[in-house]
Design a binder for this molecule. Structure first.
Ligand SMILES: Cc1cc2nc3c(=O)[nH]c(=O)nc-3n(C[C@H](O)[C@H](O)[C@H](O)COP(=O)(O)O)c2cc1C
Length: 200
């Protein structure tokens, strides 16, 4: 069984919803053991409460040291000025020891995202995230165009060959659409199938 971690940060829940879909897709064939965890919140709890953020998440917090236990890691982050969130950055900046041991070399890395606006940074956030994964020696997986929901322009949709995505809207009221959720599940399936092929 391949061991897969879906590791996310989410302030208001959009990325968490996508993480659940990605994990569902990754486990669908029953050939992988899938774990969903979050990175630690760095915002003060009173600030989080004031802005209506998620408190009491049901998901365990991951530790940087555990990353090398997995065959594939699928990372989810909201965009912050076109880049990953500082919470995810802080977590990754604590992986120096794993980097020096080569603990992630040859493992699969994949990224999904949420933005407020349609052109607010889906692609830049995912591609700039890849830089860190490449420094770790990871093999990058996105979403291939065999995913039917990637094509077509009949509705506003997050998700690209770089990774699944959703658009939260300026006030955060838009929820991940059926199409965006399908792309997220596809990304999970795709990474799981690669992980099974590489790591059994
Ligand atoms: C400091 C800050 C910077 C942000 N920068 C961007 C941005 O560059 N582009 C964008 O579309 N949305 C931006 N957003 C909106 C978030 O990406 C959006 O709230 C998030 O995707 C929702 O996901 P979540 O519910 O999982 O937290 C920003 C939000 C904050 C708080």
């Amino acid at each position: 069984m391949a061991k897969i971690l879906v590791l996310f940060y989410s302030t208001w829940g959009h990325v968490q919803t996508l993480a659940e879909e990605v994990a569902f897709g990754a486990g669908e064939r029953g050939e992988s053991e899938v774990f969903v965890k979050r990175v630690p919140e760095t915002m003060a709890e009173e600030t989080l409460v004031r802005i209506g953020g998620l408190v009491n998440s049901p998901y365990d917090v991951a530790s940087p040291g555990e990353l090398s236990e997995y065959d594939a890691i699928i990372f989810g982050t909201p965009t912050r000025f076109g880049n990953m969130s500082s919470q995810m950055r802080t977590f990754l900046d604590q992986t120096g020891e794993i980097w020096s041991n080569g603990g992630l070399i040859g493992k699969i890395g994949s990224v999904f995202v949420s933005t407020a606006s349609q052109h607010g940074g889906h692609e830049t956030t995912i591609i700039s995230f890849h830089t860190t994964l490449l420094h770790h020696g990871m093999l990058i997986a996105g979403v291939p165009y065999s995913c039917p929901e990637l094509s077509g322009a009949s509705e506003v949709t997050g998700g690209s060959p770089y990774g699944a995505g959703t658009i939260a809207g300026g006030d955060g009221a838009r929820l991940p659409s059926a199409r965006e959720r399908a792309i997220a599940r596809f990304q999970g399936q795709h990474v799981a199938s690669l992980a099974v092929r590489l790591f059994g």
